[in-house]
Each structure stands twice: as C-alpha cells, then as structure tokens.
Write a new protein. Structure first.
Lengths: 321, 510
C-alpha cells in the first residue's frame, strides 16, 4: 500500500513536472523576439534573416525583430548573444564562420561549442568554384590538370586570410593536391573584380554574388560544392560528377540560442523556424543561392563540432595561424 | 542616337507619378540626413531597405539612390554653417566654407556648393549615359599596382593639404597612417593595435573618426571659447543665391577639375567620394597661384570638393550597374536591393532591364534638378540656423552625432570612439594641427599597404611591377615630381627672399 502511494506520488510529481514545462512552452513567446544578426544591414545574410523573420513572426504570434550587431567577422554579435539571458527571446542568426573562430580567433571570450544551444541549420548555400574566363579550361578536371601542370603559377583570391571562404578554398586545394598562390583581398566583391580582370585565376564564393559575372561569361563556374545540382543554375555540375569525391563545400545559415535556454523552447523555436521556411517568399530567396535544410538542434551541434576540427586541420596544413 | 531614344524612354519611366514621388522622397530624405552630422546615407539606406522589399524594383532603387546623392547636397550645409561636416565626404568643405560663413557670406557659399554639386553630378550622369560600358572595362584593368601608385600619389598630395606648418601636416599624415593600421591585417589575419578590444578588430570607423575630429572637436572648442555672437549673419537676398561674375570666374576651373577627379574616383571601386573630395581640394592647392589663401574662405576651396563628391557618387553607379561591382558599402547595399528583386546588375542589365536602367539614370538627373530647386530657396532658411543659440544647437548636434555613429553598428563602443577623437581633435585644433591630412592618411594608408603587398604577391616579388604599366609609371613620375617640388618650394622661396633683401654687411654668422 505504502509503496503504491509513493509510486502514485512519484507519478504525480512527474506529471506536474511535465505540465509545468508544457505550460512554459505554451507561454512562449509573450513578447517580441530579437534575432541578433552579426553582420551589417543590407548584405546577403541580412536579407535572408529578414525574409525568414517575417513568416517566423506569424508562426510564433509575436514580432521577430532583426538587430544588426556587426564586427570581428560576426564575433561581436555572437558574444552579445552568449551573454544574453537564455530565455529564447534573444537568439543569434549566424553562418558557418562560427566553426572557424576556435582556429582564427582563439582568444574570444566564448567558445561557440560550449556557450550556445544550437536551434537549427536553416539553409545552405553551396560554394561555386569559379575561374577567370581566359584560362584554357572548361571543366573541373581540365582545371585540375592545368593547375598541376603549372604549380605555383596560378593565383587564388580570397576575401581575407582566415575567413571561412578562404579556408574552404584551402580545403579544396589540399584535397585535390593543387598548388595555387593565395592572394587576400578586402571582401568578396573585390575578389570577383580581380577574377574578372584576370588578376586572379581561381576563387570560390556562393552563387548570389557571382551570378552576374557567370551569366556574362566573365568567369567560368566549374562546379557546385553540394552533392546535387542546384536550382539556381542546373548547368553547373557537382564536384562528385567530376571525380572529386567526399567533399562538400557549402556556406550555411543557422539559428542558435545562448547556453541554458530551456530545451522545450529550443524545440519550439526549431519547429517554428522549419514551419516558417515553407513560406513561398523564403523558398524563393533561398533557392536563388541554395536550398532550405532545417536540421534538428543535435545535427547542428554535431556539424559545428566536426567543422571546428576540419578547419583547425586545414589551417594548420596551410600555415595559417 | 539610339542612346538618346533610350534616354527619352528613361525619362518617361522616371516621370511616372509614382517614380517621381519616390525620387522626391529619396532626395529630400537624403538632404535631411546629409544635414544631420553622423547620420549618413549608409545607415539610412540600410534601414529603408526592408521597406523596399514590397516595392517595384525601379521605384525602390530610384528612392534609395536619391538618398545617397541627396546626402551629398545636404552635407555641405552643416560644414559651411557650423563647421561640422554633415557626412564624412563633406569634411574638407569646412576648411573654406566655414570661414566664408564667418565673413557673412554663408548664402554665397551654400549657393556655390549647390551649383557645383549639380554640375558635378550632371557631368557624371552624362558620362554614365554615354560611356558607361567602355569606362567600366577600362576600370577593370586597374590592378593592385595601379591602385598602389594612385594612392601613393594621393598621399603625397595630402601632406600639403592644409595651410600652416608643413611639419605638423606631415605628422598628422603619419598619425592617420598609424590609425589606419588598427584592426585585422587581411594579408596575415593578425590583429594590430586593437588594444585587445573585439570592437576594434575591423579597424576604426571612418564616420566615428571624422565626426570626432571635425564635429565633436568643433563643439568642444566653441564651448571653451565662450563668445556670444561669433559671427555676422549675412543677408540672404534672392540675388545673392546666384554667384557673382567674380565667383563664377573663380570657381569655374576648380569645378571642372573637381568633377573630373570625382568622376574618376567614383569609377574606381574602393576609392569613393570622401577620397575624391580630399583629392580635389589638394589638387586645387597644388595648382593655385595663391595656395596660402586656402583655408581663409575662398570659393575655390568649396567648389572643387563639392563638385568632386557629387560627381563621385554618381559615377559610382558605373561599375555597380554595368559590371555588378559595388565600389563602396552604400553601393553594396544598393546592389543587394537589386538582387533581392531578382535583378542581376552586369553587362546585360541594359538589355535585360532597359526600363530600370534608363529610368534610373533619368531619375538621377531629375533628382539632381529637384535638389537644386529644393536647396537654393531653402538657403535663406538654412542660414537662420545660425540664429539658434549655440548652447541649444550644439547639444542637439552632439546628440545627432552620437545617434548617428551608434546606428552604424548598433554598438555603444563607437560613441566612445567619437568622444575620444573629439577630445583628440580639440587638442589638435588648439595646437593648430590640421585634421584633414590625418583623415586622408587614414583612408589611403590601408589602401597603399594592401595593394602593395597584393601587387608584390601577384608579381612574385618583382618590384618593377610598380613602374611597368603606363598608369603606374605616370603616377610614380608625378609622385616624384610632387615630392621634389614640395622640397624645392621652401628652398626657392628662401633663396628669393635672400635675393630680394641683400644681406647687410657683417651678418655672415647666419
């Protein structure tokens, strides 16, 4: 009898626990949610965040406000969110650059793996491998052969040493064993200008920025970094089709919350973001540069952990400190 | 001929009531934010961008572009009347504009800057109409070595930018170069001089620096000098809005030179209107027969930089529209606005979107005309700003500066930066150290360093890369001449003085 009562009591406590968390999740959100965007207003990442924010507000029943806090490759905004109250009302919209921080900015006050609770990897934008149009190559294989025949003679442009775009290109160079001289520029559009004029032979970037140059024939897009061809330009073959296997080169965009945010709220935000991305306007904006993903929090956590190790190894081999 | 027909259809698009209305809204807003120190075109356009998601793309770009060039008109007003630049591109206009206001010629100064702004803008629009594709191709040929040599030439010109002690000017250039080092070095990824602060890892912000040195410093200095009515307010009659024959004569060639320099600076990605206005001012001092009069309130000193910055913002559309290459951050945001609407700027834009391309260009000129008609009658109103008690005016200005620099990154840190440089600037004014060379050193230093290292990487370490193209060779020769000339000039003046006053006997001890 006694045992029974205690069991009942336990069940009751359990039920109470369940209801209280259910109530908590039901009560969320009761006020506007701030999405901190660690990049400047008006850029490609900003646009994407704003396009997702509109239907997200509808799904959650509360306005979703974008707050730009740019600086230090996104670290200023990330640090701000890491220090915010973990209640789900302040979350971060970020890029794959967070996986590069431990390698290039080891003295930051936060460790992304420790201090954040991932929500979802929302969308992906494959990197496109592009070369100057006057190079005598038309396919990725031809380019690799040409580069191997002229080691150290071709120039690789990047938007700055240690940026995730730079490390992506270094990873590609290391996997394919080609030797190109790295020349850093102050931003992606400067790299594109140099690639058009022939100052630079090889670059990688997402499709959004380079599409004009690809269409006009000023640069040749040799491959997309994802497993499948992309809707934005199905004529560009994948890496795998051209014999470069086991490599995915893609930028991605994700939401994360400060560490300690209740898991129910994380799950609720995860579901709401995935729901919001079904909006046709979101789909249209995303497909201009890639695809909608929408992973679980755990998948995003694993992805970041894996990439941190990959970039550390790439940087070490490339001699970047 | 075909161009003229296209242009005519462009005017049809631009004159549609909706487009005309948003053009008016854009340029008016631009004038206002240009007038307010600290709040610039970049933050305004970024804030307006989400609104334009739901507009027709042509209308949206007409409005956003209007804010950009409208701000150039408004910015000079604050420079002239208050000695506080409305935007960093108008900082140099303070040097001669404000002394003119002090002499009671504020109305004339405002009229001249409005007219030269209009002429500069119109010139670049014509270049955009007739030569855009050709010029864009030529600009593409500017590589790292060319940028390096142009920046070196600009820096040598900068060392003689301001009146007064040449040594102090040089010291300020060097200080500007040091400040330009702050932040991440893109070549190595190493952080330099950031004092361990994350907020400094992208370098100092040009707006915070310029507003501190010119704006906050001016306010602090005036608070130190407690004088009740600092200068006379001249009468602004309708007649005084039109420059006198002498003014026209004095400002014609500076305007022409200014607009040429500005147009060139706008076409080259990464140079932009601020460098354009400083270069134009420096060039005027170099070619002037009376360089010592600069800084005392002469029309040459305001005509050239104002023609230059307006020409520059207009010609900046050439690489953006015809190549899809944004020259500066404002252009990058406008490019983003086009991309949102699925429009890809590039060589095919004229063919794919003739309505947008020609409509936009026509709207530029209409916008400039509106600005001219808007600004001239308002000069009388603007001048009345001087009647506002200084205490009230300065507190308001300080407030706008702080709000302005805060909006750039939504970061309180930049407010501390602007205040810090306000104090530095105050000490510089009191010690008669010019701020303009500092700003140009700050802008050109990183450009010189990055492009030198890049050029050497590309040439695999061959230093002859800096002289082997016609552009680089010409720039290097001009730089050498300017350098020798600036050393020779004081020597020759000294010799002339000696010859003029023969040494009295017995003074051989010198």
């Amino acid at each position: 009898m006694k045992r029974r009562t205690s069991l009942k009591l336990l069940a009751a406590i359990g039920a109470l626990g369940l209801t209280s968390s259910a109530v908590l999740a039901e009560d969320f959100p009761t006020r506007p949610i701030t999405v901190v965007l660690p990049y400047t207003a008006g850029g490609a990442t900003d646009t994407l965040a704003r396009v997702i924010a509109a239907p997200l507000g509808t799904v959650l029943g509360q306005p979703v406000v974008i707050e730009n806090k740019p600086g230090a490759g996104g670290a200023v905004g990330a640090e701000f969110v890491a220090r915010s109250k973990p209640d789900g009302y302040t979350i971060l919209f970020h890029t794959a650059t967070v996986s590069v921080y431990p390698t290039t900015q080891p003295d930051l006050d936060f460790d992304f793996r420790e201090d954040f609770a991932p929500i979802t990897l929302a969308t992906k934008a494959p990197f496109v491998i592009a070369v100057n149009a006057s190079l005598p190559v038309n396919t990725l294989q031809e380019f690799l052969e040409y580069a191997r025949a002229h080691p150290g003679e071709l120039n690789h442009g990047s938007p700055g040493t240690g940026t995730s775009t730079h490390l992506t290109a270094e990873l590609f160079k290391q996997k394919t064993g080609i030797d190109l001289l790295h020349v850093p520029y102050g931003g992606s559009s400067a790299v594109l200008t140099a690639t058009r004029s022939g100052e630079i032979d090889f670059m990688v970037d997402t499709y959004l920025g380079i599409q004009g140059a690809v269409k006009s024939g000023d640069v040749k897009a040799l491959a997309v970094g994802t497993k499948t061809r992309q809707a934005f330009n199905p004529d560009i073959p994948t890496l795998e089709e051209q014999g470069v296997t086991g490599l995915e080169l893609a930028a991605w965009f994700a939401f994360s919350a400060p560490k300690g945010t209740p898991p129910e709220i994380i799950d609720q935000l995860n579901a709401a973001i995935i729901e919001a991305m079904k909006d046709p306007q979101v789909k249209k904006t995303v497909e201009a540069q890639g695809e909608v993903v929408g992973t679980t929090p755990e998948e995003l956590r694993q992805r970041i952990a894996e990439e941190v190790d990959i970039w550390a190894a790439v940087a070490k081999q490339a001699g970047i400190k | 001929m075909e161009t003229l027909i296209n242009l005519q259809s462009g005017f049809m698009v631009a004159l549609q009531p909706e487009n005309l209305l948003f053009c008016l809204i854009g340029v008016t807003l631009g004038t206002v934010i240009g007038l307010l120190p600290g709040i610039g075109a970049l933050s305004t356009i970024s804030m307006l961008l989400p609104v334009t998601f739901y507009m027709d793309p042509t209308t949206a770009i007409i409005m956003l572009a209007g804010v950009f060039y409208g701000a150039q008109y408004g910015g000079s007003t604050a420079s002239i009347l208050l000695n506080i630049p409305g935007t960093s591109t108008n900082a140099i206009t303070c040097l001669d504009g404000h002394p003119m206001a002090k002499q009671g010629r504020a109305g004339v100064a405002l009229a001249i800057t409005t007219w030269t702004s209009f002429i500069g803008g119109t010139f670049s629009i014509l270049v955009l109409v007739f030569l855009a594709p050709f010029i864009a191709r030529v600009a593409l040929q500017f590589g790292a070595a060319e940028y390096f040599s142009i920046a070196v030439f600009g820096l040598i010109a900068a060392s003689t930018l301001s009146p007064g002690s040449a040594l102090k000017g040089l010291a300020m250039v060097v200080l500007g170069l040091v400040l330009g080092l702050v932040g991440m070095d893109i070549n190595s990824g190493v952080q330099r001089l950031n004092l361990g602060m994350l907020e400094l890892s992208d370098g100092l912000n040009i707006v915070a620096l310029a507003m501190g040195l010119f704006g906050v410093a001016e306010i602090l200095v005036n608070l130190l000098r407690t004088s009740a009515t600092p200068f006379a307010i001249g009468n602004v009659s309708f007649k005084s809005l039109f420059p006198t024959r002498q003014d026209v004569r004095d400002s014609t060639f500076p305007t022409v030179r200014g607009m040429l320099i500005g147009c060139l600076c706008g076409i080259l990605p990464g140079v932009g209107p601020t460098i354009a206005s400083f270069m134009a001012y420096a060039a005027e001092r170099k070619v002037s027969r009376h360089p010592e009069k600069f800084g005392t309130g002469i029309v040459e000193g305001i005509a050239a930089p104002e023609a230059a910055n307006n020409a520059s913002v207009q010609s900046a559309f050439i690489p953006t529209l015809s190549l899809g290459i944004p020259g500066d951050s404002v252009m990058a945001v406008l490019l983003g606005a086009l991309l949102i609407h699925g429009i890809v700027p590039g060589p095919t834009l004229v063919i794919d979107q003739p309505q947008l391309f020609w409509g936009l260009i026509a709207s530029f000129w209409i916008g400039n005309l509106i600005l001219l008609l808007l600004n001239l009658p308002l000069i009388g109103v603007f001048v009345q700003i001087l009647r506002i008690p200084y205490d009230a005016l300065y507190i308001a200005m300080l407030f706008f500066i702080c709000v302005g620099v805060f909006t750039i990154r939504n970061n309180v840190f930049d407010i501390f930066v602007v205040i810090f440089f306000g104090i530095v600037g105050t000490m510089m004014i009191l010690g008669r150290y010019p701020a303009a060379p500092l700003l140009l050193g700050f802008l050109l230093g990183p450009m010189i360093e990055e492009n030198m290292r890049r050029a050497l990487l590309l040439s695999r370490g061959d230093v002859f890369t800096f002289v082997d193209s016609p552009i680089t060779a010409a720039c290097m020769i001009f730089s050498a001449i300017a350098l020798i000339w600036s050393f020779w000039q004081p020597v020759s003046q000294m010799l002339k003085r000696r010859r003029a006053t023969p040494k009295p006997l017995g003074s051989t001890q010198e």
